[in-house]
Design a binder for this molecule. Structure first.
Ligand SMILES: [Zn+2]
Length: 255
């Protein structure tokens, strides 16, 4: 099974992380094959088997996974093993980010073009994940992730971040109005142009700027160069597949 990993996070002892691709699962089209979301209309038993495979690849059992019901918001929740055990389905309502200081939890979030943000304290004492589409980005979910890690006792200058595969400016045309809003509110790093020159958003650039503003050193942020809409052979893309597709996942945890 192919898994995207960041060299930066992989270098931290005790931190386990990875972004799944769409390869190596059992789902049928349009979810072929490693769809990890229960919210897409895919067969539940196929999604569970896919999750079991991906989590096992990272060294976790299926019941180690916790995730939020993503709403493009900014709520980041601190999770403990007890929370996970008490939640029958391990899903937290209206939550786009999770952090923990406890070992044995796989913090999981789902994507098809939105940006996976995975973070960890450089000594392996805390980890977090967040889901950032354009709404969550401009609302500040990246900042909330850092605020939540600070609440765990982690100084921002000790946080390392991996920004996984997402839709890139080449494929992310938006209205002139949204382009200007990103440029005005976040900065020139937050926008770009498509191949044909149309105004576009740069989710990874925008979130890098927001993380740096929150105190994370720019040198502690690794950005995947992969565009999910260009690489539908490897990743699910909401835009390139017109909404009829599955979700890949980002996982980070402490072992
Ligand atoms: Zn692209």
């Amino acid at each position: 099974m192919q898994v995207w990993q960041s060299a930066l996070l992989a270098s931290i002892p005790g931190v386990v992380h990875g972004v799944s691709t769409r390869l190596g699962g059992v789902s049928r089209p349009p979810f072929a094959t490693l769809n990890l979301s229960l919210q897409t209309g895919d067969r539940v038993e196929d999604v569970i088997e896919n999750r079991r495979r991906f989590l096992a690849r990272l060294g976790f059992n299926l019941d180690a996974a916790v995730w939020g019901e993503q709403v493009h918001g900014t709520v980041v929740r601190q999770v403990t093993r007890r929370d996970a055990a008490e939640k029958g389905v391990h899903a937290f309502p209206a939550t786009d980010g999770l952090v923990t200081t406890q070992r044995g939890l796989a913090l999981m979030a789902f994507f098809a073009d939105c940006l996976p943000i995975m973070a960890a304290e450089e000594g392996g004492r805390a980890a977090g994940v967040a889901h950032a589409g354009w709404r969550g980005t401009i609302a500040g979910v990246a900042r909330q992730l850092i605020v939540s890690l600070r609440a765990c006792g982690v100084a921002p200058e000790r946080i390392k971040v991996a920004l996984g595969p997402c839709i890139k400016p080449c494929c992310y045309a938006v209205s002139e109005e949204l382009y200007q809003r990103f440029r005005d509110e976040i900065g020139p790093q937050a926008v770009g142009r498509t191949r044909s020159g149309r105004p576009a958003l740069d989710l990874a650039g925008a979130n890098t700027a927001l993380l740096v503003a929150a105190g994370v050193p720019e040198s502690a942020i690794e950005v995947s160069p992969i565009c999910t809409a260009c690489r539908t052979d490897l990743f699910f893309s909401h835009r390139a597949e017109r909404g009829n597709t599955g979700r890949f996942a980002a996982v980070v945890g402490l072992l």
